[in-house]
Structures are given as structure tokens and as C-alpha cells.
Design a protein around this ligand. Structure first.
Ligand SMILES: Cc1cc2nc3c(=O)[nH]c(=O)nc-3n(C[C@H](O)[C@H](O)[C@H](O)COP(=O)(O)OP(=O)(O)OC[C@H]3O[C@@H](n4cnc5c(N)ncnc54)[C@H](O)[C@@H]3O)c2cc1C
Length: 461
């Protein structure tokens, strides 16, 4: 019998445990988790009588691994498609519908941008045609903001791309890697004469690869995406050890030894194979002894912290579609509002059958985390006030609120990230029996994390 040890009980670690158990049901699978709960960034609360996600709340269906996993777990009946995906961007001059047909906010032409950009901003986009042809180094990387400011002007970055990237990464276009955060666009831009032409090509290539596939772009889970960790634990039959951090990893004979448990009195756990899914900084420390080449690139992956406030208000009309994206140019506290009761049909009802307005809002971006120093009470009140103002609520007194802090919530794919990931994977891949996976590498979304876990297990097996 073989013993697999997985470090971290987030979606990546629990998926790795499940996939290993499916392939080798007689093996022993131990999952070490530093905190007192499973799930990592997946979590849910009861909000006005319903399960409500306070971590991820939507999963991209075009990366099929999350939907497949939910189906494999026998939970296909729990998948829910959004009732609306029409979001708006809040700008200093008011609210504007998200223009259709952009590639992560990058326009394919100057048409349809009136309103969301000023006339001067639209003219600047149109003027890309007068710039010299684009030449991107095929092996290099640039920041999203650096490239787009030069080619299309500041407004495209500050009013369109920032709200979309800010929502996914809690990061800033001026720091984030084009190749890592917009890989489909980056691939087209290496041969396109302009950003507009490259974005159009990326959009068309995406449509071709989807073919006739219809179905929603995003899905959620009726009992919360936060219900998946417990389902994975049950299906994997893994030995989950809570409050049991891994401190160090060493070679031992043909396998490994991990130092685990309380820092003052750790004990040794042996393993034939190890999958490390802890965030980059922790992974760097663990891998230093067995895959030293991974340490420095992992230390180059910082994280953004944020807080999510879940709120229930009395039912009332709100004309904001699925939600609002709120970029820093507005000077607002919150960076977005999701109108969950409009977006997800199962979240519109209250415990007594009457309607409830359920919304969530988040605060905090990379290198802009000062508001997170406020007390829970103060931060919650400030978020409720900002949301009530943004939505122009008639009845702004919440029935219920929950504040959840996510310290080190999202890894930042800074310029050069693909090279960093390659260096980590090369160093780890050279060590038989060792693998890494998780949000730090090939995508922060839940489906990408599940894909990474499956690949890690397949490589080890
Ligand atoms: C507020 C928020 C909203 C999000 N919204 C979405 C969304 O709508 N859709 C989407 O697809 N994605 C979303 N994401 C991203 C996604 O949820 C995460 O990227 C993903 O869940 C990360 O999973 P993971 O398993 O890689 O890491 P984690 O969930 O961070 O799990 C790693 C685990 O390792 C443990 N650990 C750390 N060090 C050690 C150690 N030394 N020993 C043992 N255990 C250790 C940690 O305690 C943790 O439980 C969101 C993220 C956040 C924070």
C-alpha cells in the first residue's frame, strides 16, 4: 500500500485526494490542513435561511472540470445557471452596462464604447490605427496596463479592464501579467498588428472553439460551492487532519518525511508521494529542502487580501442586473456588488416564502488593503452604507450581515508569472513522487484549481 500525503484541504487538495482514491482505492490518503476547517477559500454561511457562499460564488462552465466534478460527486441536480448575467460598471459619471463583446474588458473596436468611455477616450481607441504595428516579444511578458495604456489609452484600462481584472484577481492591470491573466489574447497579440485586431481574433477563436456548445458561461451549486469540500471528503475517504500544518519536507529512502503538527512539538509523517497545494509562500518553505529551484520563484508570487460582506435586505426593487463593478476611479470603498437574489434563481426566496434581497460585496485590492484594518463592525457598516447608496435602496436596513475576511485570498499573477510557474514546475517535476497544484499556478478560478489537481495526480500516478 502507498501513502499519499496532500498538504492543504482547499478545493485543490481535496480534489487531489479524491482523484487519487478513485484511481487507487486501496492506498492511504492523508490530507494535512493547517486551519481548523476544510475548504480553504470555499466557505458558506446561512443567510436569511439559505446557504450562501462567502468565497467563490460562480464557476466558469467553459473550463469543464468543475461541472464534471460536481457530476462525478452525484450532485448534478445541484447545478444552477444564472437568471441574468447583465452587469454594469459604476463610473464617476454614473452607471453603464458592460459593453458586450470585449475580451476581459479589452475592446475589439471603438464601436459601442460611447458612455462607458468619454468621447476623447473613444477617439483614443480609434487612434490605435495610426500607431506603428504592434510587436510583442513572443517569449517575453508585459503588464496588461502597460500595453493597453500605450495602445488604447488610460480610459480603457481604468474604466473597462480594471473592473473586470479587479473582480477576478483583486489586482491591478498595471501589475498583472498579460500572458498569465489574458493568455488567449496574449497568444493572438503575438501575431496581430494591433490590440483591437488581436482582441477580435481572440474573440473569434473563442467562439470557434466553443462551436455550437450552448449552456451557461457560469454555474453555481444550490447548497453553495462551499458544500463541495464535505462531499469531496466523503467521496475520497481521506484521513483529514485539521490543525495539522506541514512545516518541512525531506527525502527519506524512496519517499519523503514531513514534519507536521504544532510548531513546538511536531512529529514525523512518512509519505510515498506528496502533493503540495498550500499557497505560494508556504509552498516555498516546504519545497526548499527537496526542490530548491522552486523556492525563489514561489516567493515572487504575492497575495491580495480582501473581505466579503454578505447581506440580506427586505425584498425591494433593484435595477442592477446581476451586479455592479466598481473601479477605483469612483473613489468608493467597495469594488463590486453581486445581486445574488437576481443572479441566482434559488437565492431570491426568504425562509417564510416572501422574497429577500441577498447581495454580497467585497473590499480590498492588492497593495490597497488599508480599509481592512477597520473593526468588523465598522467595516460592515461602511460596506452596507456604500451598497445601499450604490443600489439606491428604499429600505437600506439589513436583516442580516456576515463579514468574512480573506487574508492572502488571491495570488497575484505579476508580470513574468508564466516563467515563474515554469521554473517551479520544472524543479518539482524533477523530483519523483512530488507535485504541486493550486491557485498560485495555472488559474485562480475553482475549475482551474480542479484541473491542476487532476494533472498533478495524473503525473504522480
Ligand atoms: C473572496 C473570494 C472570492 C472568489 N470568487 C471566486 C469565484 O466566484 N469563482 C472562482 O472560480 N474562484 C473564485 N475565487 C478563487 C478561488 O476560490 C480560489 O483560488 C481557490 O478556491 C483556491 O483553492 P486552493 O485549494 O488552491 O487554495 P486554498 O483554498 O487557499 O487552500 C489551501 C489550503 O492549504 C492550507 N495550508 C496552508 N499552509 C499549510 C501547511 N503548511 N500545512 C497544511 N495546510 C496548509 C490552508 O489553510 C488552506 O486551507 C475566489 C477567491 C476569494 C478569496
Amino acid at each position: 500500500m502507498t501513502r499519499l500525503v496532500v498538504v492543504g484541504a482547499g478545493i485543490t487538495g481535496l480534489t487531489a485526494a479524491y482523484e487519487w482514491h478513485r484511481a487507487r482505492p486501496d492506498d492511504e490518503v492523508v490530507v494535512l490542513e493547517a486551519s481548523g476547517r476544510i475548504g480553504g477559500k470555499l466557505d458558506r454561511v446561512r443567510l436569511a435561511g439559505q446557504w450562501y457562499d462567502t468565497g467563490p460564488e460562480a464557476m466558469l462552465a467553459r473550463v469543464p472540470e468543475a461541472v464534471q466534478l460536481v457530476e462525478d460527486l452525484g450532485l448534478a441536480g445541484q447545478l444552477v445557471a444564472p437568471a441574468t448575467t447583465q452587469a454594469s460598471i459604476v463610473l464617476p459619471d454614473g452607471r453603464h452596462p458592460l459593453p458586450p463583446g470585449t475580451v476581459q474588458g479589452v475592446p475589439t473596436s471603438a464601436d459601442g464604447l460611447d458612455g462607458v468611455l468619454t468621447p476623447a477616450g473613444v477617439a483614443r481607441v480609434r487612434a490605435e490605427a495610426d500607431l506603428p504595428p504592434l510587436h510583442l516579444d513572443p517569449n517575453g511578458d508585459v503588464t496588461v496596463g502597460g500595453l493597453l495604456r500605450e495602445r488604447l489609452g488610460d480610459e480603457v484600462v481604468d474604466r473597462l479592464v480594471e473592473p473586470l481584472l479587479g473582480g477576478v484577481y483583486a489586482g491591478r492591470p498595471d501589475d498583472l501579467s498579460l500572458a498569465a491573466t489574458m493568455p488567449a489574447l496574449a497568444a493572438q497579440l503575438r501575431r496581430a498588428p494591433s490590440v483591437l485586431a488581436g482582441a477580435l481574433a481572440a474573440r473569434e477563436a473563442g467562439a470557434r472553439s466553443r462551436g455550437d456548445a450552448d449552456g451557461p458561461v457560469f454555474v453555481t451549486v444550490a447548497d453553495g460551492i462551499g458544500s463541495l469540500p464535505a462531499a469531496l471528503v466523503a467521496a475520497s475517504r481521506a484521513d483529514i487532519r485539521l490543525r495539522t500544518p506541514a512545516h518541512a519536507l525531506r527525502h527519506s529512502g524512496s519517499g519523503f518525511e514531513l514534519s507536521v503538527g504544532p510548531a513546538g512539538s511536531p512529529h514525523i509523517l512518512t509519505a510515498d508521494a506528496v502533493v503540495v497545494t498550500a499557497p505560494a509562500g508556504k509552498a516555498a518553505r516546504l519545497l526548499a529542502g527537496v526542490a530548491p529551484g522552486a523556492e525563489e520563484p514561489l516567493r515572487g508570487i504575492p497575495y491580495a487580501s480582501m473581505a466579503v460582506v454578505a447581506m440580506a435586505f427586505p425584498a425591494q426593487p433593484v435595477a442592477a442586473g446581476s451586479g455592479l463593478l466598481v473601479p477605483p476611479v469612483t473613489g468608493r470603498l467597495v469594488k463590486g456588488v453581486t445581486i445574488s437574489s437576481a443572479k441566482w434563481p434559488h437565492l431570491s426566496g426568504g425562509a417564510d416564502g416572501a422574497g429577500v434581497l441577498r447581495v454580497r460585496s467585497s473590499v480590498g485590492r492588492y497593495r490597497d488593503e488599508s480599509q481592512l484594518q477597520r473593526s468588523d463592525e465598522d467595516l460592515t457598516a461602511a460596506v452596507v452604507a456604500d451598497v445601499a447608496d450604490l443600489l439606491d435602496l428604499e429600505r437600506p436596513e439589513p436583516l442580516e450581515t456576515h463579514l468574512v475576511r480573506w487574508g492572502g485570498g488571491l495570488p497575484q499573477y505579476l508580470v513574468g508569472h508564466p516563467q515563474r510557474v515554469t521554473a517551479v514546475l520544472d524543479a518539482v517535476g524533477a523530483v519523483p513522487g512530488l507535485a504541486v497544484a493550486g491557485a498560485a499556478y495555472g488559474g485562480v478560478g475553482v475549475p482551474a484549481c480542479i484541473r491542476g489537481a487532476r494533472r498533478a495526480v495524473a503525473a504522480l500516478l
